[in-house]
Design a binder for this molecule. Structure first.
Ligand SMILES: *[C@@H]1O[C@H](CO)[C@@H](O)[C@H](O)[C@H]1NC(C)=O
Ligand SMILES: *[C@@H]1O[C@H](CO)[C@@H](O)[C@H](O)[C@H]1NC(C)=O
Length: 174
């Protein structure tokens, strides 16, 4: 459609540059942006869906070791495939702002303590108490390749409820 507008402008105006310079540049930019989106993945909708995002839960009861990275093994959403169920790590595919969340619930122990970490550095602490969940949300500025995960802290003898009571999720904001 933009091409039609562009061609009409070209035909109607002898002096394209003087008549519609601003409009034509805007049309050209739109065409380029749309062509890039199409090239990425067949349609505009699919290109928009390529926003990195994941939601994963724990399906099996777990007694994590001290300082163990929690491997949430039930993958519900993993657009772009940047979360690995075999390591429990989400690797940021590009620089930018990300929303990261986690919820944990103990199963048996009175408490369950974990941390949201980036490249091994603590960003936020999480605690769940018997019968209730603990949640942390973090808006983080990440660099491409940064590794985000939920790690058991230094306290031993705590355990984590499965059956989707504990989860980890995140998405690229901008
Ligand atoms: C491209 O679209 C297809 C579905 O049409 C989807 O399966 C695939 O994951 C998409 N690729 C990316 C990079 O998002
Ligand atoms: C809680 O832990 C017990 C083992 O101690 C396990 O059998 C049970 O499935 C766990 N419940 C959930 C919801 O993970």
């Amino acid at each position: 459609m933009k091409f039609v507008v562009l061609m009409t402008s070209l035909v109607c105006c002898g002096n394209v540059v003087l008549c519609h310079e601003k409009e034509i540049i805007e049309d050209l930019l739109n065409v380029i942006i749309k062509l890039k989106a199409v090239k990425k993945n067949g349609s505009y909708g699919a290109a928009r869906l390529a926003v990195p995002a994941f939601t994963v839960t724990l399906s099996k009861h777990l007694t994590p070791q001290v300082n163990q990275i929690i491997k949430f093994e039930s993958v519900k959403t993993n657009i772009g495939g940047h979360y690995s169920a075999s390591t429990g790590i989400f690797t940021a595919p590009r620089n930018g702002l990300y929303m990261i969340s986690a919820t944990i619930r103990p199963n048996g122990s009175s408490y369950l303590h974990c941390e949201i970490q980036v490249n091994g550095e603590m960003k936020e602490k999480l605690v769940g108490t018997r019968g209730s969940t603990g949640t942390a949300n973090a808006v983080l500025q990440l660099k491409k390749g940064n590794k985000v995960f939920i790690k058991k802290d230094h306290r031993g003898g705590e355990n984590m409820m499965g059956k989707d009571w504990s989860m980890f999720s995140g998405y690229f904001i901008a």
